[in-house]
Design a protein around this ligand. Sequence first.
Ligand SMILES: *Cc1c(COP(=O)(O)O)cnc(C)c1O
Length: 365
Amino acid sequence: MKTKRHIVHLPVYQPGKPVEDVKRELGLAEVIKLASNENPYGSSPAAKQAIIAEIDNSSIYPDGASVELTAAMAQHLGVQPNQLIWGNGADEIILMLARAYLEPGDETVMADQTFSQYRHNAEVENAVLVEVPLVNGRQDLPAMLAAVTDKTKLVWVCSPNNPTGTIVTENELVGFMDALPSHVLCVLDEAYCHFVDDVEYPDGVKLLERYPNLILLRTFSKIYGLAALRIGYGIAHPDVIHSINLVREPFNTARVSQAAAKAALADQAFVEGCRAHNLEQRDYLQGEFTRLGLPFFPTQANFVLVDVGIPSREAFDRLLRRGFITRANWSKYPTYLRVSIGKAEDNRKFVTALEEVLKEAAVQR
Ligand SMILES: *Cc1c(COP(=O)(O)O)cnc(C)c1O
């Protein structure tokens, strides 16, 4: 057997450590996971009811086109149903975009550092990566535009950017899209859009009317708290949606996921509550990092990338032993941890543990 040559060197994705594994391995009674930007408030009770109600239909294939969910979302967003596509998480939309648009040797532009799946899926298609450094944790759209050539097919813009939490402003994006050649599709990943409170954040849906070469990615994994059900979506011009449908698997989203997403969408009060809690806890965590003298990128999402001033792997291990799972090993930020914004009580405990860890590390140095 011979694996395709251009994929053998690829890393296997390493997810945030599961709480149960850490409890077992370290014999800890309580473990707090601040690693995967999950919703600490769970999901809407309406979504849970919808899941239970749908279980009896488990012997029946899902609606491959997600007609009901599409209709509900189209109405919610004020777009046409043929402007929407659903995926097994937004991750699958990323995969399908790479599959539909990238041929071997095509170029694709993205930031360094940004969400790992753009790079991964481009590499699977044997495309040429063009990575443009962040400037102060922000995507440098003029430099990304300058990196576009006749061979460029896809440009990935993540706003808020994972892992830095920074946004691209409306002015920046409009300037970029106005200058982007029409043969290039811009993928604007808005997985964290619901957490943003910066008034300069663009309304992506409105921009779709102006730019047929723009697609927005969103998900039910983050503010809706349905990460386990794997349901995300893309919003774009019908021609772009058609191209993605050419590579979509027939039944790529599950029945329970479609039902839960539809119910969750109808419960915007839950979303508003999560958003308010996140903004309050964001201010708390950033205030504590300031008090501790730790640099961080001011975030517009539900996580903060903070400079702990020691190798991130060491900070990660020391925190893990105290029962806190974070995210480390960012190639461009070797002393930074990405910390998801949790519930008030968990954040307070985390700050206490972080202070202990930093004192302990200083003593042992
Ligand atoms: C979490 C995340 C996604 C995708 O999440 P799914 O669970 O696959 O829907 C996409 N983009 C970014 C930047 C993310 O952080």
